[in-house]
Write a protein that binds this ligand. Structure first.
Ligand SMILES: [Zn+2]
Length: 72
């Protein structure tokens, strides 16, 4: 797993992205919703199977991956 310090979060859907991967791909916004990305987030959870996850339902998550719990 990559270092969490290198992760940036989407301000809208809270999806986390690896900043090194973003640089490589030239991505500057959230791949899912197009939201702005920020380094200012706290705590995260990993969704492995969003269709079976109650937390994913509660948070409105519709894709597997890592998500921030709090984004400022
Ligand atoms: Zn997003």
């Amino acid at each position: 797993m990559s270092d969490v310090k290198n992760l940036v979060a989407c301000k809208s859907c809270k999806r986390l992205y690896d900043s090194a991967q973003l640089k490589t791909s030239g991505q500057t916004a959230c791949r899912l919703c197009g939201g702005a990305l920020t380094k200012d987030w706290q705590g995260y959870l990993a969704i492995i199977d969003f269709e079976k996850s109650e937390i994913a339902k509660t948070m409105g998550i519709s894709d597997n991956g890592k998500y921030a719990l709090k984004v400022r």
